[in-house]
Each structure stands twice: as C-alpha cells, then as structure tokens.
Design a protein around this ligand. Structure first.
Ligand code: PGA
Length: 244
C-alpha cells in the first residue's frame, strides 16, 4: 500500500519573523531538488503562521500547533480552527504530549478539537505516545488515545504521529525494530477502530529524529514520515531529514 509520506516541523515556542529565512532555505531546497515526496509541513507559532502562509510560491505547507475546541467566544488568549483556516494554514497538530501534560488535554477534549478542525477542513496531525512509566502498558495507552479519533474519518484528513513521550527532546529513541513493531500495532488498532481504508492512513514517527537516525527510521515499511521538533529549527539538519 502506497501511503503519503510527510516530514513535519514542530517549532514549538521558537522562532520569530527573521525565521522566514529558515523557511526560504527549506523551500529553496525543495524546489532545487524538485522534491515531490515527502510533503513538507511547517508548524510555527501562531504569531508567524499568517505571515508565512501568505508567502507566495511555496513548495511547502503550514500548520498550527493547537486550536481551541470551540469556534469563537470569550476565551482570552485562545485561537480557533476558523482563525487558523482564515490565515490559509492547512494543518493542525492535535494531542501533542506537551499539551496533554501541561494543559491537561484529555481524550474527550482532543476529540472535540479534532471534530472542529475537520469541520473547518483543516487536516489533523494527531499525536499519540506513552510516557516512560507507561511503556509496559503501551498498547492500552495508545488504544485509549486513539479513541479521540472520530469513526469513519477519511484517511486524507488525519495523519497519526506516534511520539513516545520519553523520546521527545531527550536524544533517546526506541530501537528500530521496536519502532517497526509499534507502528504495525498502531496500524492494527486503526484497522479495528476505523476499518475501511485504515491502511491508507499515514503513521509518522516523532521523538528525537535527527539527520543521523532519520534514514534508518524512515526506511521502515510501517513508518510514513517524521514529526520533528528540535532538529527542524536548523535548516540544513531539517533538509537532510527530508532527503532521507
Ligand atoms: P523532538 O520533538 O524532535 O525535539 O524530540 C518532537 C516533537 O515534540 O514533536
């Protein structure tokens, strides 16, 4: 089964207007090398999203790192999916472990966020992953997290990113064979959960991906791309990951 491949940058709370040069560097790389696959998506902070997404002739796409579960109202400091859509961003990350832990986002809230994002025709990058303490019960943790997904969604609108929490920003990763096995388990869970067309859903790996380990990870049959944090803030490093 041929699935769409992605390399996605999650800038987290990093970057400023001058970071447009980083975006241009990556874009020039994609253009010069006529990169058609993977699809490259950059998720900068909200302050940069509209500015970046308005730049003409980009070979890459932009996404938000979060949205509120409602569309508008008296929620000081929040950003809605229609606002993200309004500035021409196409994707949104939902369920990142940093938001699950620091903002206490749970299965139900994440489901509401996914539904409103899909309603606004944003594509969702949905993150799941176990903490170090949960490794032994990983399967049930992931199964439970997947319950935020609506049944019968189209594989074109949702990308799943498996990110073990203990691998994020730590330099640690599961072994290659573990990643392979976990991704195949996730696919089986998706098949049970969403049924039809679940084999077309792209499942990305995230957590300490860098230019050195990317080719080994991305070579795996069950891995359809990478969600990259730290290494996406360095244009040369990120381009090497794309080339992997
Ligand atoms: P990292 O972050 O690549 O810095 O580990 C990944 C993520 O949080 O998405």
């Amino acid at each position: 089964m041929k699935r769409v491949k992605y390399v996605i940058a999650n800038w987290k709370m990093n970057g400023n207007l001058a970071s447009l040069s980083l975006v241009r560097h990556i874009n020039n790389h994609l253009r010069k090398n006529e990169v058609k696959s993977p699809k490259v998506i950059i998720c900068p902070p909200f302050t940069l999203l509209g500015t970046f997404a308005a730049v003409k002739s980009m070979n890459l796409t932009f996404g938000a790192q979060n949205i509120h579960k409602l569309d508008h109202g008296a929620y000081t400091g929040e950003i809605s999916s229609s606002m993200v859509k309004d500035v021409k961003a196409k994707y949104v990350i939902i369920g990142h472990s940093e938001r699950r832990s620091y903002q206490n986002e749970d299965v139900n809230e994440l489901r509401e966020k996914i539904l409103i994002a899909l309603n606004q025709k944003l594509k969702v990058i949905f993150c799941i992953g176990e903490t170090h303490d949960q490794i032994k019960k990983r399967k049930s943790i992931l199964q439970n997290q997947l319950k935020s997904l609506p049944k019968n969604f189209s594989h074109k609108n949702i990308i799943v990113a498996y990110e073990p929490v203990w691998a994020i920003g730590t330099g640690l990763t599961p072994t290659i064979s573990e990643i392979d096995k976990i991704h195949s388990n996730i696919r089986n869970m998706l098949t049970k959960y969403v049924g039809k067309n679940s084999d077309k859903i792209s499942i990305l790996y995230g957590g300490s991906v860098n230019s050195k380990n990317a080719s080994e990870i991305l070579y795996l049959k069950n891995v359809d791309g990478a969600l990259v944090g730290g290494a996406s803030l360095n244009a040369r490093e990120f381009c090497k990951i794309i080339d992997s």
